[in-house]
Design a protein around this ligand. Structure first.
Ligand SMILES: Cc1cc2nc3c(=O)[nH]c(=O)nc-3n(C[C@H](O)[C@H](O)[C@H](O)COP(=O)(O)OP(=O)(O)OC[C@H]3O[C@@H](n4cnc5c(N)ncnc54)[C@H](O)[C@@H]3O)c2cc1C
Length: 296
């Protein structure tokens, strides 16, 4: 596929246990060497896996500029992952997969071997620190750790960041090289699908430094909702000063089943808020509040 491609095939070159609950997969091959990175720490691609009985996913095609599996049924399973590293010189791309119970992606990563092929989409991004920010608060569970690691590594000299990360065990703690001034608060043995997360509490107890700040969060969806509420409603941060994203959801199967019954109503609330002139952030708040009322 050419540089203008909307997706790239990537072959496993190496797969190794990075920490007890993280598998690092390195991809290579002619196609992925043409990958176009967006340079952001939270550079996210959707990874598509081979369908049963096939050794690689089908290719996407473009119709009216939209890259998709047009005319392909069933479409392969796809999940969102962060590009931990891409080196255009060697054509190597690295993704760190959390190893958890159940799940197409986790199971694939745990058994990945050289030569296996997956498909990646064009990258997307959200992390966007205003130039006026004097400090950053970077918060993640294990799924957000690849983006967080990249954010720390990409800090320019003199940039200040405080990091709060929740990992399953001490061996899952990682170290990063950085030119920035970084303080770390590792929380061991909570969240990550094992038990309740302590991240909301840790963020609430963080003493804000002076000056304008930027908060970035990536982790479980219900925790992200609680943290967003705190940052918006209690700290009163304007939307340009934070990016708080749910990367996954505990018991997603049950949640999705229940969500189906309320999807139409929730989307009507969201679209109604936009039509009434409210901002996207306000519309999202109303969408979240409606789902919370029904226990979602
Ligand atoms: C922008 C973005 C970037 C992301 N980057 C990364 C990344 O770099 N590395 C990474 O590992 N993940 C990342 N994720 C999260 C990843 O997409 C989800 O964890 C995904 O659900 C995993 O797919 P799966 O097929 O393994 O499990 P699914 O089929 O989605 O789920 C199967 C079961 O596993 C549970 N589950 C899903 N994820 C986890 C988890 N992490 N821990 C415990 N239980 C889980 C679900 O609740 C469900 O019960 C990212 C998500 C987003 C939105």
């Amino acid at each position: 596929m050419t540089e203008k491609a909307g997706c790239w095939f990537a072959e496993v070159v190496d797969a190794a246990q990075l920490t007890p609950h993280m598998v690092r997969v390195t991809f290579g091959g002619k196609d992925i060497a043409q990958y176009v990175s967006n340079g952001s720490p939270d550079e996210c691609v959707t990874v598509f896996f081979p369908r049963d009985g096939e050794d690689r996913p089908p290719a996407m095609t473009a119709i009216d500029g939209v890259w998709w599996f047009h005319g392909i049924d069933p479409i392969p399973e796809g999940r969102n992952y962060t590009v931990r590293r891409f080196d255009p010189a060697s054509g190597r791309l690295v993704i760190d997969f959390v190893a958890h119970e159940g799940g197409v992606a986790s199971a694939w990563a745990l058994s990945a071997t050289a030569g296996q092929t997956i498909l990646l989409t064009r990258p997307r991004r959200w992390y966007n620190v205003p130039e006026t920010a004097r400090w950053q608060l970077l918060v993640a569970d294990m799924t957000g750790l690849p983006s967080l690691g990249r954010a720390v590594e990409q800090l320019p000299a003199g940039a200040r960041a405080h990091v709060i990360v929740e990992v399953l065990e001490r061996g899952d703690i990682q170290t990063f090289e950085t030119a920035g001034e970084v303080t770390y608060d590792w929380r061991v043995g909570s969240g990550n699908g094992d038990c309740a997360s302590v991240l909301e509490n840790a963020v609430e107890n963080f003493e804000l430094p002076d000056g304008e700040g930027y908060v970035w969060f990536a982790g479980e969806a219900s925790t992200s909702r609680a943290v967003r509420k705190y940052v918006r409603k209690v700290l009163g941060f304007p939307v340009r000063q934070f990016e708080i994203i749910g990367y996954w959801r505990v018991n997603s199967e049950q949640w999705l089943e229940k969500y189906k019954a309320y999807q139409e109503e929730a989307l009507a609330v969201y679209n109604g808020a936009l039509a009434a002139g409210r901002t996207q952030a306000e519309a999202s708040d109303e969408f979240d509040a409606m789902l919370e009322r029904v226990g979602l």
